[in-house]
Write a protein that binds this ligand. Structure first.
Ligand code: 26M
Length: 813
């Protein structure tokens, strides 16, 4: 590939010397005598030498040219491991792997030494990580802003079939990719009293007193672009006790006690990531986390901007701030605070700049996930911010009343403060120039349903940006053999321009190509099978169909429907001599929020069914059930490339987009799914023959909710298969699962598991039939890969850059 890239000028011999020398510098030992972790850290240090020059160069170029900068604010960045992706993006994988081989080190065995940076829950956090990879790879001046959690998302262990949560001490052996920037620390204020005071000249100025100061210290992580010399920054904020803190000398016992409490408070702020992924709990510490990283981030942006000598009036022309879900929505008020209180700008002008700067992405229509903070919690914690939110709302409602003179309903629907609560989505919408959903159907539902009053009020603010994933991690990094096959078939230009994967469409009936594709899929299935086996699991025959559902465990994602279907198959295999299925392994993986009872019961049921089925010799050649422990980014890199079937079975309308669906597709799995989220666009991209769509449509679902006419009990009574499996939840076949039976029957099956059950079974039957015609199957698989280019996050980020941020790529020479 003809790309100019960073070169330390090292050929293999020089690089080998570099490893040996770095081992001496870091450890005072010979390379050959290092522990595995020391080997890893040594290689990381050398990779950083490749990155750092371009990092400096990139920052200098941005400052010199005064390029508009994008800051992506997200309370989660689910990065995963960085060594492999950095080597892929640097274009130095081969060189490193060859040099290390000559030193007796297999690079693939080094990667797992890196802790998996699990600073996120699931889709939203991983999307943020894909986005910063794409921004750097497109040469866009785009950076991340978030929290340096001391503990990431818990590690999941399955003990006697139940999920047990183990703290994720990911920083325990150090994180090689972070750079502490003590000199760039800023202070964040909480509590105290805020009011306006009249100055002698009659002007009003803000007083905020008796507050508590927390020091925010940034840790910067370089984000390496794909072979383009660009290195951007992910800035993770750590909460620390204030500098002038060590003097205990003259203090009373009460003062010492107060300081201890202060220290405990500060240390709790960035201690851990909240492990819920779609139900909102109004926890005070969470609001503190949100304001902490937002205030630190916005302050440091403004400070850097002013230091570069630019005029604050031009702020919105030079800075874009993106609000990833409502968690950072308080950025709207924080920027207003800085502009009005510190830069002494008029309200109107500050407001115009703030709205031009901010843009907001919505990720869910689930009402329980919408953040609303009680005023009684919000105001004492953030007194000045609350005053500003009130003023924003007062002016906003004034305009609402002007435009809708008799519209008291409009006032209630649009008010940022309502029912004693601060509605964060409303603050984000009012304070931004753009509001987007994450897949076409999701944006439609936002406009027509969830946010219909706002859409009526601001029709042009709304737009769609269908999600994407970085093909660099999820294809080039995770599936090098498939990457090589694609390169041989259509050349390697697709690596920089993934839409060119479409050239594969010319080869989808080419027998030699399909034979290679099939071999590579089998390699990946062997890898997954080996992984499961060496991690204490069962042996799975790689010649079975690999049918996979990996994602957070959630009722709307309907893992229950999947496992009930397996119970049905097992029953048929046992009782019906003529019943046949192609040998199939059904894989599950995903974490349940620790307090989410039904999700945990679902895991317990999956493991109970696995235990029974896998130990039954009569069916074990036909059916296997595997729960993959601790699913996350790194295990995903093994799982997605190994799948034949991608289970995307959420209740239509509920999954905003999904991104796992894209990772599977790009690695040649066929989607078995509902018309929900990005599945709609995937099915359009591949054509209906190359996926299997089933079940209720979003409109039908929304209509059932509106009329309340769905009766789970009727399904139970009229559908024998449903009755069978629901009864088995309580008849002892697998143990006692009254919990799930009650959820489905007494709870009236809020996500239509029973209603969609038979359609789901037919979809599986259709898939099986298709699989038996291997030629047709492989063609479909190839068509999925060929049409996955639009689901690269490069396409998504280009759309954000053009339509929302109004920025152009910058080339670093
Ligand atoms: C909120 C409050 C307290 C604690 C945690 C949260 C919270 C954390 C994460 C709420 C939601 C969170 O994430 C939601 C999420 O991951 N949404 C997913 O976003 C993806 C990227 O757009 C979509 O593909 C998924 O469909 C959507 O479910």
């Amino acid at each position: 590939m003809a790309n100019k890239r960073n070169e330390l000028g090292l050929a293999k011999e020089g690089l080998k010397q570099r490893f040996l020398a770095t081992a001496h510098i870091l450890w005072g030992s010979d390379f050959a005598d290092l522990t595995s972790h020391e080997v890893y850290a040594t290689i990381a240090a050398v990779v950083k030498q490749y990155i750092s020059e371009n990092w400096v160069k990139t920052n200098k170029a941005y400052t010199k040219r005064r390029d508009k900068q994008i800051y992506y604010f997200s309370i989660e960045f689910l990065l995963g491991r960085l060594m492999r992706s950095n080597l892929v993006n640097l274009g130095e994988m081969e060189l490193f792997s060859d040099a290390l081989e000559e030193l007796g080190v297999n690079l693939d065995e080094v990667f797992p030494e890196e802790p998996d940076a699990g600073l996120g829950n699931g889709g939203l956090g991983r999307l943020a990580a894909c986005f910063i990879d794409s921004m750097a790879s497109l040469g866009l001046p785009g950076h991340g802003c978030s929290i340096r959690y001391q503990y990431g998302l818990f590690e999941q262990k399955i003990i006697k079939g139940n999920q047990v949560e183990i703290p994720d001490n990911w920083l325990g052996n150090g994180f090689e990719w972070e750079y502490r920037k003590a000199d760039k620390a800023v202070n964040v204020k909480f509590n105290g009293n805020a009011y306006m005071k009249e100055e002698e000249d009659g002007s009003l100025s803000l007083v905020h007193e008796d507050y508590m100061t927390v020091m925010a210290v940034p840790y910067d992580v370089p984000i390496v672009g794909f072979r383009n010399n660009t290195v951007n920054t992910l800035r993770l904020w750590n909460a620390e006790v204030n500098r002038d803190f060590s003097d205990y000398g003259t203090m009373t016992r009460e003062q010492i006690q107060a300081k201890k409490e202060y220290r405990n408070f500060v240390e709790s702020i960035t201690e851990y990531l909240y492990p819920d992924d779609s139900s909102y709990e109004g926890r005070r510490l969470r609001l503190i986390q949100e304001y902490f990283f937002v205030s630190a981030g916005v302050q440091s942006i403004v400070r850097h901007y002013l230091l570069a000598g630019m005029d604050i009036k031009d702020f919105a022309k030079k800075i874009a701030i993106h609000i990833n879900d409502t968690h950072p929505a308080v950025a709207v008020a924080e920027l207003m605070r800085i502009l009005v209180d510190e830069e002494r700008m008029d309200w109107e002008e500050a407001w115009e700049i703030t709205r031009e700067t901010m843009a907001y992405t919505n990720h869910t229509i689930m009402p329980e996930a919408l953040e609303k903070w009680p005023i009684d919690m919000f105001r004492p914690l953030l007194p000045r911010i609350y005053m500003i939110v009130e003023e924003i709302n007062r002016r906003h409602l004034e305009e609402v009343r002007r435009r809708f003179p008799n519209g008291e309903q409009m006032v209630h629907e649009l008010s940022i403060i309502e029912d004693g609560q601060v509605h964060m989505a409303r603050l984000a919408i009012v304070g931004s120039h753009s509001v987007n959903g994450v897949a076409a159907i999701h944006t439609d539902i936002l406009k027509k349903d969830t946010l219909k009053f706002f859409h009526r009020y601001y029709p042009t603010k709304f737009n769609n940006k269908t999600n994407g994933i970085t093909h660099r991690r999820w294809l080039i990094g995770a599936n090098p053999e498939l990457t090589a096959l694609i390169d041989e078939t259509i050349g390697d230009a697709w690596q920089k321009a993934p839409d060119q994967l479409s050239h594969l469409n010319d080869h989808v009936t080419d027998k030699a190509f399909l034979a290679e594709l099939s071999k590579i899929k089998r390699l990946r299935k062997v890898d997954l099978s080996d992984y499961i086996h060496t991690h204490g699991g069962i042996l799975v025959d790689p010649d079975m169909i690999f049918d996979v559902q990996v994602k957070r465990i959630h009722s709307y994602k309907r893992q229950i429907m999947n496992i009930l279907h397996i119970m049905y198959l097992y029953h048929e295999l046992k009782t019906n001599k003529r019943f046949r299925i192609p040998p199939t392994a059904r894989f599950f993986g995903g974490k349940a929020a620790p307090g989410y009872y039904i999700a945990k019961e679902t895991i317990r049921l999956i493991n109970a069914v696995a235990d029974k089925v896998n130990n039954d010799k009569a069916v074990s050649d036909m059916l296997k059930v595997v729960f993959i422990e601790n699913f996350g980014v790194s295990i995903g890199e093994i799982v997605y490339p190994a799948a034949d079937i991608s289970e995307q079975i959420s209740t239509a309308s509920k999954e905003a987009s999904g991104t796992g669906n894209m990772k599977f597709m790009m690695n040649g799995a066929l989607t078995l799914g509902t018309l929900d989220g990005a599945n709609v666009e995937i099915s359009q991209a591949v054509g209906r023959e190359h996926c299997e769509i089933f079940g209720l449509r979003a409109e039908e679902v929304l209509n059932y909710y509106a009329t309340g006419s769905y009766k789970a009990w009727d399904e139970y009574n009229t559908n024998p298969a449903v009755r069978l499996v629901v009864s088995q939840l309580v008849d002892g076949t697998y143990g006692d699962f009254h919990s799930l039976r009650d959820y489905l029957i007494q709870g009236n099956d809020e996500f239509f598991v029973l209603k969609d059950f038979s359609a789901y079974d037919r979809a599986h039957k259709n898939m099986n039939r298709k699989y038996e015609d291997q030629a047709a199957w492989l063609k479909s698989s190839a068509i999925n890969i060929a049409n996955s280019g639009v689901f690269s996050s490069d396409r998504t980020i280009k759309e954000y850059a053009d339509d929302i941020w109004h920025v152009k790529p910058a080339i670093i020479v």
